[in-house]
Design a protein around this ligand. Structure first.
Ligand SMILES: Cc1cc2nc3c(=O)[nH]c(=O)nc-3n(C[C@H](O)[C@H](O)[C@H](O)COP(=O)(O)O)c2cc1C
Length: 179
């Protein structure tokens, strides 16, 4: 059985290329399940069938109704990428009003390996809530990738668009699983 990766995508421009990291993760041996925030789901509406075919699982965006069965296998690890300003702040303060937030807030309680790769503009990154949220998530055991002491690529954008470093997130996930 392959380990199951929940890839949680938020509504930032990098989510439009989500098929690439799915293929990269599959190449590294993961069974990938895609979860999108409702807004990210709208942005990718025309690709949802193709993404479901690529992963072999339904793309989930909303909570099931009470009594409905789970349609995804349970996760071995979770990668939140691209992680939006909105979802990072709500995750850190414990909101669960989207399926994505429900899964990742519970993921902290379940001590699942959790990696987040934010994609923000510089104005969002300058808001004090962001650094507070990153500190809180790290204290809760989430590996948040920024251009920090880990010497990861800085994802905070403001100038020309740089490629989103999906492979760094997948490397971090493997390292988190090993440690
Ligand atoms: C064209 C466009 C680009 C955006 N880029 C970003 C971004 O880079 N980072 C970010 O955090 N939010 C960005 N946003 C705002 C988010 O889409 C918005 O905060 C949304 O509520 C996030 O919802 P989610 O966290 O549930 O996915 C962008 C919005 C639009 C319309």
């Amino acid at each position: 059985m392959k380990p199951v990766l929940y890839l949680v995508g938020c509504a930032t421009p990098a989510v439009l290329e989500i098929a690439d990291p799915i293929k990269q993760a599959q190449g590294r041996g993961w069974d990938v399940c895609l979860i999108l925030t409702p807004t990210a789901g709208l942005w990718l509406e025309s690709e949802l069938e193709d993404l479901a075919a690529l992963t072999g699982h339904p793309v989930r965006m909303r909570y099931k109704l009470p009594g409905q069965p789970d349609v995804l296998p349970p996760p071995d690890a979770v990668l939140v990428a691209p992680a939006s300003f909105n979802t990072i702040n709500k995750w850190a303060s414990g909101h669960a009003d989207t399926l994505a937030l429900g899964l990742i807030t519970e993921g902290i309680g379940k001590r699942l390996p959790l990696v987040a790769l934010p994609y923000l503009n510089s104005a969002q990154a300058a808001h004090s809530a962001f650094s507070r949220s990153v500190d809180q998530l790290r204290a809760d055991g989430v590996r948040v990738l920024l251009g920090d002491a880990d010497d990861h690529f800085p994802h905070v954008i403001g100038g020309p668009r740089k490629p989103f470093p999906w492979s760094l997130a997948l490397d971090a996930l493997n390292n988190t699983l090993r440690s």
